[in-house]
Design a protein around this ligand. Structure first.
Ligand code: HSE
Length: 406
């Protein structure tokens, strides 16, 4: 029998218990042993809930119980999750986590301790909820030189952008709807300002490129400035506005440069990410010999996220005494400045300045919408971020700019 402890009985923690109960027989079969929840750590009590008798309030009860070999950390946040995770690993217990904030800031430190102690630190659920992307990067995609890992990594913002487009509702109204439906947090800043997606792409890029990508180094822009006018132009262009989190490499002067960014992008209709709508997530991976592949599925929610956590628990149980490989190493990956990144931009300018803007931004296309008056949209020529920023500053009348996914 494998005894586990679940830290945090919130959305994901209760989902973990439910997944284990729903699929008990096949999970035990696949783990090779019976998996039993011995403790649930939470500040609260849950009278009437079958797990109530397992609830403990003191982490030391779990830490000092030699029968507990796997700790599920689904508390979120840095404190006290950092201390609990470190202590559990040092004590020789494997830890399975859905906590992207903690993985992005301390993942490599935990991987090193896990290796030293011959246990596992697994975090499939930290990126893309139920989508099996981390295991794919660490196992199936190992022959590949991964050149890009990009995607829609936040369900809340994808839901908001989809509803704005389909219902013509503005950002604030849809955000409220998302909160009422339980998709968005009461404090939605981490989602809508792109911080959540930033942490996820830092984790995925670190594994894909084999060194530590610091989330603090990633330029991050959210979606709170996206308007209904932007949606109208996107429709005219047959493109969709998506919050993309990108990590990619480019050969430059005999060397390879790495870039990362989180920002709203216009995605062309023939790109696989165009049709990823609602709360779904998708991760697009480009390998040098494989070409393109995409992982699509439920990026958030109690049971999908819990399913990924339980998958890690099964892996940890099956691999007791052995540390599974993860190709994320401690050395820092220096990202190139986005100033050098070259792409097209969509901009909106006043009708009276259309001709001037066309020349300055080497516009390739003008776009109008009958629902938006007094202004015009333009697709610029290929410009570096720096060139674009300089031109926009000297022009002085850019009403909006959205990058175009190349
Ligand atoms: N707030 C996150 C999202 C939850 O909306 O995608 C899953 O990490």
């Amino acid at each position: 029998m494998v005894n586990i402890a679940v830290l945090g009985y919130g959305t994901v923690g209760s989902g973990v218990v439910e997944v284990l109960n729903t699929n008990r027989e096949l999970i035990d079969l696949r783990a090779g042993e019976e998996i039993r929840v011995k403790y649930v750590l939470d500040l609260r009590d849950f009278p009437g809930d079958p797990i109530q008798e397992k609830v403990v309030h003191d982490f030391d009860t779990i830490l000092n119980d030699p029968e507990v070999s796997i700790v599920v950390e689904v508390m979120g946040g840095l404190k006290p999750a950092y201390d609990f995770t470190k202590a559990a690993l040092l004590k020789g217990k494997s830890v399975c986590s859905s906590n992207k904030e903690l993985v992005a800031s301390h993942g490599v430190e935990f991987l090193e301790i896990a290796k030293e102690k011959q246990v596992n630190y697994l975090f499939e659920a930290s990126c893309g909820g139920g989508i099996p992307i981390i295991r794919a990067l660490n196992e199936s995609l190992t022959p590949e030189d991964v050149i890009e890992v990009s995607g829609i990594l936040n369900g809340t913002t994808n839901f908001i952008l989809t509803e704005m487009r389909d219902k013509g509702a503005d950002f604030e109204d849809v955000l409220k709807e998302a909160q009422d439906l339980g998709y968005a947090e009461r404090n939605p800043e981490a989602d809508v300002e792109g911080h959540d997606a930033c942490r996820k792409v830092a984790i995925l890029s670190s594994i894909a490129f084999g060194k530590t990508v610091k989330y603090q180094d990633i330029y991050t822009e959210g979606i709170s400035h996206i308007t209904l006018q932007d949606m109208e132009y996107a429709k005219e262009l047959n493109m969709a506005i998506k919050l993309l989190a990108n990590g990619y490499s480019l050969p430059e002067g005999g060397d390879v440069s790495y870039y990362a960014m989180v920002a709203p992008f216009l995605v062309r209709h023939d790109h696989p990410l165009y049709s990823v709508d609602g709360v779904f997530n998708a991760i697009f991976v480009r390998g040098n010999t494989l070409g393109d592949t995409m992982f699509y599925g439920s990026g958030a929610g109690s049971l999908p996220t819990a399913s990924a956590v339980v998958g890690d628990v099964i892996s940890a149980a099956r691999n007791a005494g052995k540390t599974l490989p993860c190709f994320w190493k401690g050395e820092k990956l220096t990202l190139s400045s986005n100033d050098k990144a070259v792409r097209q931009f969509f901009i909106r300018v006043g009708e009276d300045r259309a001709e001037e803007a066309k020349n300055i931004f080497r516009a390739e296309r003008l776009v109008r919408s009958e629902r938006v008056t007094g202004e015009v949209g333009l697709i610029t020529g290929m410009l570096s971020e720096k060139e674009f920023a300089d031109k926009a500053e000297s022009f002085g009348g850019v009403l909006q700019r959205i990058r175009i996914n190349q």
